[in-house]
Every structure is written in structure tokens, then in C-alpha cells.
Ligand binder design. Structure first.
Ligand SMILES: [Zn+2]
Length: 258
């Protein structure tokens, strides 16, 4: 956004700052200044550089992104990086082209989906989803406290009741003795949970806005506090864990109602 953003990068951590665009080198083939993946002058594909998916697209680490723009950029890059374009003449270029195309596809697939985009950003932030839940499990075992992130507290009662109903319904299914009123209760519960599930995208968007505000602050040369970064990160992680938990419950209910 402005020229001061680079000097604040080290103070705020690179993962909140917009990737620097000042690291361009010259095209290996014609010597002109190149775009990251292909030369805008001669069209030659460039050696792949190890960058994260946001940087691959030249995007800041913002979670609100325009899917139409992303798609347009995807097709634009695809055209230039495709192994069949005429600018490619050597096996080396062919290989670079394949690697670049493959990274492009991975980057696009990851960033276009709101959930995988969020999970990817959290991974870049050093959060491992599985480790996180394992750590939570061990912590709960050690301290005897409930695993807040695994079973959302406001669902505890509902889940306890639901698990008993599911067990009964599974038994009925096995004996081929359907209980219509139990099934109807399960359908009601499913509807409630589905509503909660759908609302979670709203919660996630709220956390995105908080995160993007930090990115903007950093881009404008402001100082992003580590504790603010961690707070927003935890918020996103909380929504994702909650969402996974409810999705599993919905799957369990669907299974017995089949
Ligand atoms: Zn060139």
C-alpha cells in the first residue's frame, strides 16, 4: 500500500504483512524484469520459487478475497504457465512449467474455498489443526477439565441427550424396529444443529474481518501486537473446531435416519 510497509515487516511478523513485491529478479532468458512466474516481456516460464499460496497469487494475507478476481487471475496465469504454450522449448522449461502449473492448481484450490483458505492461513501462522486438538486432549486429561475446543460448552447438554437417542436409534435400526417419534425428534435436532452450523459462517466472517484489520494495520505501517494476532487466531480456530464438531453430529444423525 505504501513504501513504509517493508520496514515494519520484521516488527510485526511476516505473516501479517503483504508479501513484498520488491524481490523480483530478471528473466533468465531475455534479461528483462519478470513477473514472479513468467516473463511479461518474452513469455518464458521462470524457475519456481518456494512461496506460499497467497504470495503465489501476489495477494496479501487477507481472508476476505474476491473469488471472481481470484478465478480470473487463475485463468490468466494458467494460460502463461501451461506446458503446451509455444514459449517453451527445452525439457528444463517444460519441467518448470509443470511445477508452476501444479503449484497454481494447488494454490487456487486452497484459496478459493473459505474453509481451506482459513485453515491454510492458520497453518502459515504455525497452527497445526491436529496437533492443536491432540494438545487440547492431553491438556484436558492432565487438568481434568473439559476439552473446550472439542466439545463446545453450549452444546454439552444437547450432545449428551443426542448421543443417547442415537444409540437407541442405532439399536432400533439393527432390530428393524423403527421408532417414528424418536426419528422425528432426531430430525428436529438435526434441523436445529443445521441452523447453528449455517450461522457459523457468519462467525467465521467476523473473525476474518478482525484478521484483515490486523493486515491492514500492518500494511499502513502500524504495529500489530502479538497478543492481538493470537486472539484472532484462536477465534478462527474456535469456529473451525466447533464447525467440525457439529458437522460430525449431523453426519451421525443422517446415518441413523438413512
Ligand atoms: Zn524474458
Amino acid at each position: 500500500m505504501d513504501q513504509t510497509s517493508n520496514k515494519h515487516e520484521s516488527a510485526t511478523g511476516i505473516l501479517v504483512s503483504t508479501p513484498s513485491r520488491s524481490t523480483k529478479t530478471n528473466c533468465w532468458s531475455c534479461g528483462d524484469m519478470r513477473a514472479a512466474h513468467f516473463c511479461r516481456q518474452c513469455g518464458k516460464v521462470q524457475p519456481p520459487a518456494p512461496v506460499d499460496y497467497f504470495t503465489f497469487f501476489g495477494l496479501p494475507y487477507r481472508l476476505n478475497l474476491d473469488p471472481v478476481k481470484l478465478e480470473r487471475e487463475f485463468y490468466n496465469l494458467s494460460r502463461h504457465l501451461h506446458p503446451d504454450i509455444n514459449a517453451i522449448s527445452t525439457p528444463q522449461e517444460q519441467e518448470w512449467s509443470l511445477q508452476q502449473s501444479s503449484s497454481l492448481n494447488d494454490a487456487y484450490r486452497t484459496l478459493k474455498d473459505p474453509i481451506s483458505r482459513t485453515e491454510y492461513l492458520l497453518r502459515l501462522q504455525g497452527v497445526r489443526m491436529e496437533e492443536q486438538s491432540t494438545a487440547a486432549t492431553e491438556d484436558a486429561r492432565r487438568t481434568g477439565k473439559a476439552k473446550k475446543q472439542v466439545v463446545p460448552p453450549d452444546l454439552l447438554e444437547e450432545v449428551f441427550e443426542l448421543n443417547m437417542q442415537l444409540e437407541e436409534a442405532r439399536m432400533n435400526k439393527k432390530m428393524a424396529e423403527p421408532d417414528r417419534s424418536l426419528e422425528s425428534e432426531l430430525r428436529d435436532t438435526k434441523k436445529n444443529l443445521q441452523t447453528k452450523y449455517d450461522r457459523m459462517m457468519g462467525d467465521l466472517h467476523g473473525a476474518w474481518n478482525d484478521w484483515d484489520a490486523l493486515v491492514d494495520l500492518s500494511d499502513q505501517g502500524g504495529n500489530v501486537l502479538e497478543e492481538d494476532r493470537v486472539t484472532v487466531r484462536e477465534k478462527m480456530l474456535g469456529v473451525l473446531n466447533r464447525r467440525n464438531y457439529v458437522r460430525n453430529l449431523l453426519r451421525d444423525i443422517e446415518e441413523v435416519l438413512e
